[in-house]
Design a protein around this ligand. Structure first.
Ligand code: BES
Ligand code: ZN
Ligand code: ZN
Length: 484
């Protein structure tokens, strides 16, 4: 479909969407719209209060369908995106292939969110159905979105909105793919294809190279799977870059728990255990598409944590890229093992100014913050502040949790340098981060984001949980903030 910027309503418009904020101008705006289309303001205002995601529609005497969408009082960008996404998701079968969204009454910066939300409304989960639903006319090639706006930077907002939503949908696809269609090589191929398309370099270290380079923690976790592990290295470098930012994402394509096998009830959800990888891959693709003035390095340790005669076992002592030895207490605490190699590979080979890792790391983080916020760990107050600011802006909530050294004893081992689990059912998200810290070479500008509760969630767009692309807009906002 095409997205057009217009500054005047086309006379033949059949469907016009208006979005309203619940502010002091609400009634004036509503009244003007009613006058313009010959609608009864007094009756409509009893029905439509502009609550977030509320929507109504009326046919005008000229047979135009006028849709009213509420945005509530003070929506953040996620709220606006969700309101438009829900409207389009639900209404798409009833929409023609040409419509207008009038956002003249909204702040300029909303335009990008309106585009993202509208595009995401076209996303369907039925990837593997033998009979797929027919694409709604508005989302077909010949679909036309006309955005009516006085924003002087409308064209830029439209391009950004398109880029961001397209990448987010790619990330949804990656997250929602089942384990038999998604192996470490699938992630590697995605990165290679994306790099070729958008102009950044991707190197994939395969099993033999992982052995030569001694990424032994990653090899240990992957050794029980028929799909060999890989380390994906993505690098985008703008000629104007002043900052070098390293991102690491946990890429476990399926987490059975290994020999410390998980209970079966919710095990199928563990196809989403590569949410950190997907967020990093999406962010780098977007940074390259948008030509951000930054040097970005993305490291994805990818593997499958499987049950097999060859699987690593509790009590094993394994080596790692850093040279530190690790006693395995629980093979289900695998994310921290592959991140240990990923983080250490990043610091040693690239010395980034800032280093952020994202991982669906612990059930403990889900128990602490539920599905509404990710845990943020860092000893750097400035970094915490910047990430929080970015998170508040995008509506991808972060909540800081402590990293005090008293928790270090949880990971001390009698026979190796560290152990991968305390054995105690408490403070699990913190001790996991203390474990990661050991492999950061004391980097002073590092943050770990535990996205176990936010990467794969309940949405209105599917009866079951699905990928959210949590972290992509957040990291993009963060990168734009620090490179401004
Ligand atoms: N992938 C899981 C964490 C997870 C849990 C992600 C729920 C998303 C939703 C991770 O590898 C894991 O199994 N962690 C264990 C660690 C424990 C054995 C120390 C956990 O949190 O229970
Ligand atoms: Zn696990
Ligand atoms: Zn896991």
């Amino acid at each position: 479909m095409k997205i057009n910027h217009i500054t005047q309503l086309k006379p033949d418009s059949k469907v016009i969407i208006f979005a309203f904020l619940q502010d002091e101008n609400f009634e004036t705006h509503l009244q003007k719209t009613c006058t313009d289309f010959g609608l009864n303001f007094e009756l409509l205002k009893q029905d439509f209060k502009a609550d977030l995601k509320e929507f109504s529609f009326i046919y005008s005497p000229q047979n135009q369908k006028v849709i009213f969408l509420g945005l509530g009082k003070k929506p953040n960008s996620s709220d606006i995106i969700k309101a438009f996404r829900t409207l389009f998701f639900k209404q798409k079968p009833n929409l023609p292939n040409d419509l207008t969204i009038d956002i003249q009454n909204l702040p300029d910066e909303y335009l990008e969110y309106v585009v993202i939300g509208s595009m995401l409304g076209g996303y369907d989960l039925d990837l593997y159905k033998s009979e797929r639903k027919e694409t709604a006319p508005i989302f077909k090639k010949e679909g036309f979105f006309n955005i009516l706006s006085n924003n002087p930077k409308a064209e830029e907002g439209i391009v950004r909105g398109k880029y961001i939503s397209k990448t987010q949908m790619q990330v949804f696809d990656l997250m929602n793919a089942p384990a038999n269609k998604k192996t470490p090589y699938t992630l590697a191929k995605w990165a290679v294809d994306s790099g070729a398309k958008f102009g950044y370099s991707v190197t994939v270290l395969e099993k033999q190279q992982l052995k030569t380079q001694k990424l032994e923690a990653l090899l240990a976790v992957g050794q029980g799977s028929e799909h060999p592990p890989v380390l994906i290295v993505m690098e985008y470098k703008s000629p104007e870059a002043k900052q070098k930012v390293g991102l690491v994402g946990k890429g476990v394509t399926f987490d059975t728990g290994g020999i410390s096998i998980k209970a079966s009830t919710n095990m199928h959800l563990m196809k989403s255990d590569m949410g950190g990888a997907a967020a990093v891959m999406g962010t780098i693709e977007l940074a390259a598409k948008l030509r951000l003035p930054v040097h970005l390095i993305g490291i994805i340790p990818a593997c499958e944590n499987a049950v097999d005669g060859k699987s690593f076992k509790p009590s094993d002592v394994i080596n790692s890229y850093s040279g530190k030895t690790i006693e395995i207490i629980d093979t289900d605490a695998e994310g921290r093992l592959i991140l240990a190699d990923g983080l250490n590979y990043l610091v040693r080979n690239y010395q980034p100014d800032t280093m952020i890792d994202l991982a669906t790391l612990t059930g403990s983080c889900v128990a602490t913050l539920g599905y509404h916020a990710a845990g943020m760990f860092t000893n750097n107050d400035k970094l915490a502040q910047n990430l929080t600011k970015a998170a508040d802006q995008t509506g991808e909530r972060l909540w800081r949790l402590p990293l005090w050294d008293v928790y270090k004893e949880d990971i001390s081992s009698d026979i190796a340098d560290v152990r991968n689990f305390s054995g105690k059912p408490m403070a699990g998200a913190i001790s996991a981060t203390k474990f990661l810290e050991v492999f950061t070479e004391n980097h002073q500008n590092w943050a770990h984001l535990d996205i176990a509760g936010t990467a794969f969630g309940d949405t209105e767009f599917a009866p079951q949980r699905a990928g959210t692309a949590f972290g992509v807009r957040l990291l993009l906002e963060f990168l734009e903030m620090i490179t401004k």
